[in-house]
Design a binder for this molecule. Structure first.
Ligand code: PFF
Length: 529
């Protein structure tokens, strides 16, 4: 298919693809979200639901998304259109817009990581610094809290948001070609840094106890359906499924590619990294006698840096491991965020046959504005002395919908459409043509029945709980923050919900509809894909 190669680019090697796909999968989610979840749900308790989610949902959906992209040679929305028609394309755009929300706040978080990295060369390790924006007295807050809140309420953090967006655009400027060059450096680097952290953690006095805590099962918690929803959402997020990423990446693979093997490699590399990160973090935290809190952001910005600050070896060691930790986060985060920028850029390029530069410019402008929205309230609302988390709360609110609900909804409908409407056996057949391990026919039933039923069960349960508790309807626990009379700000949970659902459904409908106009060109050129 030479036309495909020229027009859409191709990975230079299968290794390049594995690095890119695992680079996308391994991100902030693996380093902190997993440990925070594992802790929240009682250490070992999280492993079983997580393992079940990996084998029953994660790996099969990854094979399916690889198969879809490769089989059609298109990015996600057009691949779904080609297989299941207009409804499929609508789902594709819904997924891309949902994923765009995630990438926007993901990039905001990455900007904070960059800010923390800058601080880790010095200021972050001082005992405290003044926090002028929140009207606190000098020394009122210890570091790393003080540094983080000071950064959050400073204007310069907005510059970091723009910088991280520019870095993303720069890396994806020539699609697969420049992405491959970048992940060849970033992915080995993050493995190396993570292994160094692991060895350090395990060799700390009492470190091994932390590992045992992580692996001690607590079966009681498994009766709690929240654990299952946590595990299902986490498996989609961590494997970058339901984002449209894996289909886009697989569309750049040559015809004769072993997709089953690629999916297994990507999943195991991702989960292996996640376990190593879990052990490294739990050992460091246990050895430095800190109790990790459940919140993922506090884990990343407060708890782990506090642990590093207490490490033996004095200032030089604190500096080395502090810098190492934030470089690791940045490399892992960037190799994930670029995949998302590529997923939605390639979707638009494929759809409108547009120039990559123009689309990247549009992505940059829209994406930066979105990311600034998640960072901005911290900066402009200096008087929030009793709750400096307004922007974080906006982030939490959107995360509640896009991450905890959006991804699994996409997974559910994707399985139903490809399973029943297109016929998953057709995708399985093409996958099996070039794969050493032949997917059995039972794979079809996994996609058609088992996965949708599991997701549906968890989803219905979670929605019923939210309806039962109307105060929590728009993002559960955050609503109590809005009892203060902050004018329109108290409506933020509702605004966040309608912003998300309105953009995702409205945008998806619009983009699906626009297809009709661009169709002439598309059919001529791409009809045979
Ligand atoms: N797999 C990524 C992670 O675990 O961090 C998820 C991801 C998030 C990918 C955001 C891409 C992205 F922009």
């Amino acid at each position: 298919m030479p036309e495909k190669t020229e027009a859409r680019g191709q990975w230079k090697s299968n290794l390049g693809f594995i690095l890119a796909a695992s680079g996308s999968a391994i991100g902030l989610g693996n380093i902190v979200f997993f440990s925070a979840n594992a802790y929240k749900f009682g250490g070992g308790a999280f492993y079983l639901p997580y393992f079940i989610a990996l084998f029953v949902i994660g790996i099969p959906v990854m094979i399916l998304e690889f198969g879809l992209g490769h089989h059609t040679g298109q990015s996600y929305p057009l691949a779904l259109r080609k297989t299941v028609g207009r409804g499929g394309e609508f789902l594709g755009w819904f997924a891309i817009i949902n994923a765009a929300f995630i990438s926007m706040y993901y990039i905001t978080i990455l900007s904070w990581v960059l800010g923390m990295l800058i601080g880790s060369f010095g200021t972050l390790w001082q005992d405290s610094i003044p926090v002028p924006a929140f009207g606190m007295a000098e020394g009122a807050l210890p570091n790393p809290y003080a540094y983080f809140f000071d950064m959050l309420s400073s204007w310069w953090v907005l510059g970091l948001v723009v910088l991280v967006w520019l870095a993303n655009i720069f890396i994806v400027r020539r699609g697969a070609q420049t992405i491959e060059a970048c992940v060849k450096v970033f992915v080995p680097l993050m493995w190396l840094f993570m292994l160094i952290l692991l060895v350090r953690g395990l060799t700390l006095e009492n470190g091994v106890q932390g590992m045992l805590l992580l692996f001690t099962p607590n079966f009681e918690v498994m009766k709690n359906l929240d654990v299952w929803q946590g595990a299902f959402s986490q498996i989609f997020f961590t494997l970058s499924l339901g984002f449209g990423i894996m289909a886009a990446y697989a569309s750049y693979l040559p015809k004769r590619s072993d997709l089953t093997n690629n999916a297994l490699m990507t999943s195991f590399l991702n989960c292996g990294f996640e376990y190593i990160a879990g052990v490294a973090i739990f050992t460091i935290l246990f050895a430095t006698v800190l109790i990790p809190k459940a919140s993922t952001l506090s884990m990343m910005f407060f708890i782990i840096p506090s642990g590093i600050k207490e490490m033996p070896g004095g200032d030089p060691m604190v500096l080395v491991f502090g810098v190492l930790f934030f470089v690791l986060l940045l490399a892992a985060g960037l190799s994930s965020s670029i995949s998302l920028v590529e997923a939605f850029s390639s979707a638009l390029i494929d759809k409108f046959r547009a120039n990559r530069k123009v689309i990247l410019l549009v992505s940059f402008v829209v994406g930066t504005i979105g990311s600034l929205c998640f960072a901005l309230p911290q900066v402009i609302n200096e008087s929030l002395s009793d709750d400096g988390t307004l922007g974080l709360t906006l982030l939490d609110l959107v995360d509640h919908w896009a991450f905890s609900h959006g991804l699994i909804v996409v997974g559910l409908i994707e399985c139903i459409l490809l399973g029943w409407v297109y016929g998953v056996h057709r995708i399985r057949r093409t996958i099996n043509e070039h794969s050493k391990f032949n997917l059995p026919a039972s794979f079809d039933w996994l996609v058609k029945l088992v996965i949708p039923l599991l997701i549906l069960f968890v989803l219905v349960f979670s929605i019923v709980l939210q309806i039962k508790d109307p105060a929590g309807m728009y993002g559960a626990s955050y609503s109590e923050n809005y009892s203060v009379d902050w004018g329109w700000v108290r409506w933020l949970p509702q605004i966040a919900f309608f912003w998300w659902i309105g953009s995702a459904i409205g945008g998806a409908a619009l983009l699906t509809f626009l297809r009709a106009k661009a169709r002439g060109a598309a059919v001529e050129n791409g009809g045979k894909r």
